[in-house]
Design a protein around this ligand. Structure first.
Ligand SMILES: Cc1cc2nc3c(=O)[nH]c(=O)nc-3n(C[C@H](O)[C@H](O)[C@H](O)COP(=O)(O)OP(=O)(O)OC[C@H]3O[C@@H](n4cnc5c(N)ncnc54)[C@H](O)[C@@H]3O)c2cc1C
Length: 217
C-alpha cells in the first residue's frame, strides 16, 4: 500500500530515491529510536528531537505539559516528523560528490491529544516497547497521577514520504583515474554492555536486552 502523494509530500530533488510505500516507511520508523519533530511557533520554526513509537497507522509522541512543542501541537498546529538512519559515509574522489547512505521518512499532519487514560496507558506502553521490546512486562505501569501529568499525542501516518540512498559514490567519469580511495564507510548504531544502576537488587540482566542487541546490531 502506498501513501497518497500530495504537493507538499513530493520529493523534488533526486526523486528516484524517493518512495511512498507504507511498508518501507514503517520498517524505517520501527527501527529508529528518535524522531525530529518540527513546527512553526509564530515566525520561528523549532525542530526538537524526541522519542516516539508507531502504533498502527499513527506516530505516538509524549511529554510534559510544559513542553513548548507539545503545548503547540495540542492547539492543532501542523507538524513535520522526520526520522533518519545513517547507514554509511560515502567518500567520492571529488569533494562535490561526497554524500551519505541513509533511509529517512517525513510525516506531515496534525497531531491529536489522547485524553482517555486507558488509551494513554496503552500508547505509553507502545513507547516503552519501542525502546526495548518486552520491557512492559517488567516495568511498573504509570499511575493515574503520572498519566495526568503526561501529554500523549498521535499523528496519523497518511501524508508521508520515504527517501533512501544506497551504494557507492557516484563520481564523474573524469575523476575515476584519480589516485584517491573512494567507497563507503558503513555505520550502524550498536548497543554496548548493559550497566546496572546502583539500586538493582536481585535482578539479572533481562533476556530481552539480548534480543534488543540483535535487533539493532
Ligand atoms: C542524512 C541525510 C543527509 C542529507 N544531506 C543533504 C544535503 O546536504 N543537501 C541536500 O540538499 N539534501 C540533503 N539530503 C536530502 C534532503 O533530505 C532532501 O531530500 C533534499 O533537500 C531534497 O529536497 P526537495 O527540495 O526535493 O524537497 P523539499 O521541498 O525540501 O521537500 C518536499 C517534500 O519531500 C519530502 N522529503 C524531502 N526530503 C525527504 C527525505 N530526506 N526523506 C523523506 N521525505 C523527504 C517531504 O515530504 C517534503 O515535505 C539529505 C538527506 C538525508 C536523509
Amino acid at each position: 500500500m502506498t501513501f497518497t502523494q500530495t504537493e507538499r509530500s513530493t520529493v523534488r530533488r533526486l526523486p528516484a530515491r524517493a518512495g511512498y510505500d507504507r511498508a518501507t516507511a514503517y520498517a524505517i520508523l520501527d527501527e529508529a529510536l528518535i524522531a525530529h519533530v518540527g513546527l512553526a511557533d509564530g515566525d520561528q520554526p523549532f525542530v526538537i528531537p524526541m522519542m516516539f513509537a508507531r502504533s498502527g497507522d499513527a506516530i505516538v509522541l509524549h511529554g510534559s505539559p510544559v513542553s513548548r512543542l507539545l503545548r503547540s501541537m495540542k492547539t492543532g498546529l501542523p507538524v513535520c516528523v522526520t526520522v533518519t538512519h545513517i547507514d554509511g559515509l560515502v567518500l567520492a574522489r571529488s569533494a562535490f560528490h561526497h554524500s551519505m547512505n541513509y533511509r529517512s521518512v517525513v510525516v506531515l499532519g496534525v497531531a491529536t491529544v489522547v485524553e482517555d487514560l486507558e488509551r494513554k496507558a496503552e500508547l505509553l506502553d507502545a513507547l516503552v516497547e519501542h525502546l526495548v521490546p518486552g520491557r512492559t512486562a517488567d516495568a511498573r505501569r504509570p499511575s493515574t497521577k503520572e498519566l495526568l501529568a503526561t501529554i500523549v499525542l498521535t499523528l496519523p501516518i497518511e501524508e508521508a514520504s520515504v527517501k533512501v540512498r544506497t551504494g557507492p559514490p557516484l563520481d564523474d567519469e573524469d575523476d575515476l583515474e584519480l589516485p584517491v580511495w573512494a567507497g563507503v564507510l558503513p555505520l550502524r548504531l550498536a548497543p554496548g554492555m548493559p550497566v546496572a544502576d546502583g539500586d538493582t537488587k536481585g535482578a539479572t540482566v533481562p533476556a530481552y536486552l539480548e534480543a534488543a542487541a540483535r535487533f539493532r546490531g
